[in-house]
Write a new protein. Structure first.
Length: 310
């Protein structure tokens, strides 16, 4: 039988069969050994084949993935865990407070999405909370990412700002929602799709950071078409597993300037005649983006992470 994995809980997988019914599945030992570098050889979004073996449903084959998002695992016996696969659009929530989203976190997410040719949309959430200097800061950030070429949307569940626009963007295909813990992801999704009734957490009093409410990535079928992948709250990203010489390909504004560099293999670090560094001096390249690039280029890691190959 064919099916789509909607949820992985480590041992069991909820699979929607081609007949529309839900099946609790496990995986064959061969699959577990085949993908021993990850804690979960099967992930939400996978297309699989499974069999009824004496009343138990066993996944025997995983379809080819067009892409996937992966992060380093806290389980030292494995290298990483796949968050979700076969994603069409990735929405990332960005907040300036409770919690503050580091721009390095945003850039690493975008680089990973670029590496897999996944369209990314930045949701500048809790927009109604900003005023004065914070409002100026968020507008400056939006300008940075729009100039790079990313779509940015100002959202708020309090005022309902742009929620109708977001719902229209969510129709059909497979959408992934991500963000740091406490960014308001579950509340936002619940407002747009009340029938999902996702668990909502609160900001930790002692740390000012969000608390995890989603333990496993889970796909939800949407009443207006397509699927939505709700991911665990993520506190940080490590390096994307991309060769250094290819890293700048996934910074859109850097790649556009490459033909203007003196050397075709310019890494934009210390080569003479570098158009990216000239842009940095001229103010057309955002210092925060270049800072993230150098951090990734020099293998300076953050907690958690995405990798390209698994």
């Amino acid at each position: 039988m064919k099916g789509l994995v909607l949820k992985s809980t480590g041992k069991f997988y909820q699979v929607k069969g081609a007949d529309g019914l839900m099946y609790p599945c496990q995986i064959r030992g061969k699959l577990r050994l085949k993908d021993a570098m990850t804690t979960n050889p099967v992930a939400a979004g996978d297309h699989v084949r499974f069999d009824d073996v004496n009343g138990e449903y066993l996944i025997r084959e995983i379809g080819e993935r067009k892409n996937y998002i992966i992060r380093k695992s806290v389980n030292l016996s494995r290298d990483a865990s796949i968050i979700a696969s076969n994603i069409d659009v990735a929405f990332l929530l960005v907040t300036l407070s409770e919690p503050e989203t580091p721009m390095g976190f945003v850039d690493r997410f975008l680089v990973t999405a670029e590496a897999y040719d996944i369209t990314s949309v930045l949701l500048f959430h809790k927009y109604d909370q900003y005023s004065g200097s914070e409002l100026a800061k968020v507008e400056a950030l939006i300008a940075v990412y729009e100039n790079v070429g990313y779509q940015c949307l100002r959202t708020s569940i309090v005022s309902g700002l742009n929620l109708d626009v977001l719902q229209e963007m969510m129709k059909d295909k497979v959408k992934l929602f991500s963000g740091q813990s406490g960014a308001g992801k579950s509340s936002l999704i619940n407002t747009i799709v009340p029938t999902l009734d996702l668990r909502v957490g609160e900001i930790s009093d002692w740390s000012g950071k969000g608390q995890h409410t989603t333990t496993f990535a889970e796909m939800h079928e949407l009443p207006f078409g397509g699927y939505m992948v709700d991911t665990p709250g993520i506190k940080g990203f490590g390096l994307v597993d991309i060769p250094k010489e290819e890293l700048h390909h996934h910074f859109k504004e850097f790649f556009r300037l490459l033909p203007q560099c003196k050397f075709a293999n310019c890494t934009h670090v210390n080569e003479p005649g570098c158009a990216v560094r000239k842009g940095l001096e001229a103010g057309t390249i955002a210092p925060s983006r270049y800072k993230t690039y150098l951090s990734m280029f020099n293998d300076e890691e953050e907690k958690g992470g995405y990798r390209r190959n698994a």
